[in-house]
Ligand binder design. Structure first.
Ligand code: FES
Length: 116
C-alpha cells in the first residue's frame, strides 16, 4: 500500500509506493533518507547511512508509529544530535512500514542546500 510523506518546512509531499522503490543504495534501505534524496530533498548524511553520525536527524511529527523502534546504534547517535526531541529519528535508519502517512520536519541545520 502506498503512503505519503510530507517534508517540512518546505511542505513537499512525496507519495511512496514501497513496491516500486529504487534499489536501496549505500545501505539506505528504503528509509526516509533515501526517499527524500530521490525526491530532491537534501538531508545531510555524512556517514552515508550507517548510523554513525547524526547529521540525518529528522523529527517525525506524525506517523512515527509506522516506523519500527530505533536500534541501540540509532539511539546512541541520536543522543549526540543537536535539538533532540522525543520524535527524533535518524532518517537513514527510519524505514516506515507504510501503514500511516508521515509528516517529517528537517531541522534547520540540515536545510543548508534546500531552497526555501
Ligand atoms: Fe549518518 Fe544517518 S547518515 S546516521
Amino acid at each position: 500500500m502506498s503512503y505519503k510523506i510530507t517534508f517540512q518546512p518546505m511542505g513537499k509531499t512525496v507519495e511512496v509506493d514501497p513496491t516500486s522503490l529504487k534499489e536501496p543504495r549505500d545501505g539506505l534501505r528504503g528509509g526516509i533518507l533515501q526517499l527524500a534524496l530521490e525526491s530532491d530533498i537534501d538531508i545531510d548524511h555524512a556517514c552515508g547511512g550507517i548510523a554513525a553520525c547524526s547529521t540525518c536527524h529528522v523529527i517525525v511529527k506524525e506517523g512515527g508509529a509506522s516506523i519500527p523502534e530505533a536500534s541501540d546504534d540509532e539511539e546512541d547517535m541520536l543522543d549526540s544530535a543537536p535539538g533532540l526531541t522525543l520524535q527524533s529519528r535518524l532518517a537513514c535508519q527510519a524505514v516506515p512500514d507504510g501503514s500511516q502517512d508521515l509528516v517529517v520536519e528537517i531541522p534547520s541545520w540540515n536545510r543548508n542546500l534546500v531552497k526555501e
